[in-house]
Write a protein that binds this ligand. Structure first.
Ligand SMILES: [Zn+2]
Length: 201
């Protein structure tokens, strides 16, 4: 006995999601089957609109509604500081602290040899180009406090130093974030402290 094709197709889609196994995927599909068709239509509309409504900002490479994004085009932000983050999700909690007034740069991940993510898969060249423009005086490396985040930070620090811009300070957020934690799950107070007490690299 097999599920009707439309059910199996959707299960196959959900199984590709991070940390979703076949049983959970089945649960999602049967949850949707139990819903009113109009509710399922709303979900389908949201899925279709996803890419149209979220484009990459040409300056910071964050997903945003416009390019350049609201932060990059805000003249009140301090363009002498750039926080380097792994992906757009880290931007939301840092912005929620209300303490950070600089700009961002999204690296697109962290170096992870096990998953086959080498430095060439990240936007390191774009970051170095951006720093070479000369407006940045400090680069805050705000990556996850994990082995991947640490090794990426060291790699970046070396690459940035090789630009030989003498006025440039390179710092790394540190205090408050536990080892192994994900930056997007950190509470605002902890993350606010980590930004404030960053260390020079
Ligand atoms: Zn931007």
């Amino acid at each position: 006995m097999r599920f009707p094709k439309s059910i199996q197709n959707l299960i196959d889609q959900f199984v590709q999601f991070p940390s979703i196994g076949p049983k959970t995927a089945e649960r999602f599909v049967f949850y949707l089957l139990g819903k009113d068709p109009s509710a399922v239509e709303n979900l389908a509309d949201a899925l279709k609109a996803l890419h149209k409504g979220a484009i990459l900002c040409s300056r910071c490479l964050a997903f945003a509604e416009t390019s350049p994004c609201a932060i990059c085009s805000d003249s009140k932000r301090d363009s002498s500081i750039i926080a380097v983050i792994a992906d757009t999700r880290a931007l939301i909690p840092i912005e929620s602290t209300g303490d950070y007034k600089g700009l961002y740069f999204v690296l697109g991940g962290e170096i992870n040899p096990i998953d086959g993510i080498g430095p060439e898969r990240l936007a390191i060249k774009q970051l170095l180009d951006r720093i070479s423009e000369g407006t940045a005086k400090e680069i805050i490396i705000a990556l996850n406090p994990t082995i991947e985040g640490e090794s990426t930070a060291l790699y970046l620090a070396k690459a940035i130093r090789s630009l030989q811009i003498s006025v440039l300070k390179i710092s790394r957020i540190a205090r408050g974030l536990p080892m192994g934690a994900d930056i997007e799950y950190a509470d605002e107070a902890t993350l606010g402290n980590a930004m404030k007490y960053r260390n020079e690299l």
